[in-house]
Ligand binder design. Sequence first.
Ligand SMILES: NC(=O)c1ccc[n+]([C@@H]2O[C@H](COP(=O)([O-])OP(=O)(O)OC[C@H]3O[C@@H](n4cnc5c(N)ncnc54)[C@H](OP(=O)(O)O)[C@@H]3O)[C@@H](O)[C@H]2O)c1
Length: 282
Amino acid sequence: MYLITGATGNVGGPLARQLHDEGYPVRALVRDPSRAVGLPAGIELAIGDLNSPESVSKAVRGVEAIFLMQTGAGIEQTMTMIAAARDAAVPRIVLLSSIGARLQPLAENPMGAALAAREQVLRESGLGVTYLRPSSLASNAFWWRDAIRAGRVADPTSGRLHSVIAPEDIARVAVAALTDDAHTGKGYILTGPQTLTSREQVETIAEVTGHSIDFEDITPHEFAQAAIQRGTPPEQAHMMEALYEWFRANRSGFTTDDVENITGTAPATFRAWCEHHADAFR
Ligand SMILES: NC(=O)c1ccc[n+]([C@@H]2O[C@H](COP(=O)([O-])OP(=O)(O)OC[C@H]3O[C@@H](n4cnc5c(N)ncnc54)[C@H](OP(=O)(O)O)[C@@H]3O)[C@@H](O)[C@H]2O)c1
């Protein structure tokens, strides 16, 4: 049995489906079962919350490996999962981390520092851990959905490059890492097959969906101020501001071969991901 957290999300959803389709028994930790209706019927649901140690302890019983996708800025959810995994003698955790956990200087990148702190407590836990460190998710394009429908995307990355990866490809790597302990103790930087600017991503979405979309360059500070006005908590908006400054320093404009090395199949292009999800933008 494999426990999947975030199974209603961009990465955990495809992961739960891929494991199930390959015949592995899957248990999904979900907060609200009504959000899990899209999952195949054969997937077992464990109702719980990463902020509730009791529910996590119940969910990990009898599992062979855990896919851990965390929310929030701190290490609390990681510590909860470590304690539960130890108590239930679960040998392995596959962590959805981020490329940002490994790129210096972490002190100037609060989001990266938070991600690195989560990796560190897992390294110190004595559990067998695989660290999946993806670059920008193609599904971040869903954040532009309203802007795309309104015909104008404002972006603070100043023409810098992203090696956008399809969540489905992260899921394929996670299947390998969960089901084969040869990946234990390893860390992978997961990227798509190409580097693209945000403008190129928006142009691709426009071509695939037929929308006419203008593109506007804004600064990270302008982005953060607009987010705060829309109701984003200031701490989160300032983290995003720092993240966009880091993108503008072009720190993530490279690709790796880890997806293909691990799964035997090259990762999808951003265009292919858009074609698959085109209806979500219409
Ligand atoms: N965005 C990027 O470019 C990027 C890059 C690298 C790494 N990452 C990492 O990727 C992860 C996001 O993955 P994603 O896009 O698949 O996430 P997502 O689509 O936003 O989904 C979040 C999932 O977490 C669940 N969840 C939220 N709070 C929870 C809680 N307290 N207890 C249990 N489950 C909870 C949600 O369930 P509900 O249905 O209950 O809401 C949902 O299934 C983050 O950890 C991030 O650090 C992202």
